[in-house]
Design a protein around this ligand. Structure first.
Ligand code: SF4
Ligand code: SF4
Length: 78
């Protein structure tokens, strides 16, 4: 599974999501759903580790206050 061409492409694709850090309330929902452990939450800081992210979008749909969004490279804008 992890050696499929699609997976490799996803791993090297440009990051398609953004977190608006000034809006985040650091609830941790997105951290819990990320299958790649690609979201780091430290006190009042949150960021995505680009090289781990596969652009799966689970974090986007998990955020209760909609502060994770697809950027213009992505396909969905919430
Ligand atoms: S898009 Fe998927 S892999 Fe990337 S940070 Fe969100 S949940 Fe994790
Ligand atoms: S789910 Fe949304 S509000 Fe909660 S930590 Fe993640 S980005 Fe912040």
């Amino acid at each position: 599974m992890t050696n499929t061409p699609e997976y490799r492409m996803a791993k090297t694709a440009k990051l398609m999501i953004d977190i608006l850090p000034d809006k985040c309330d650091f609830c941790g929902c997105c951290v819990g759903v990320c299958p790649e452990d690609a979201i780091e939450l430290k006190e009042a800081e949150i960021f995505i580790i680009d090289e781990r992210c596969t652009n799966c979008s689970k974090c986007v749909w998990s955020c209760p206050i909609e502060v994770i969004k697809f950027n213009k490279e992505g396909v969905v804008k919430r």
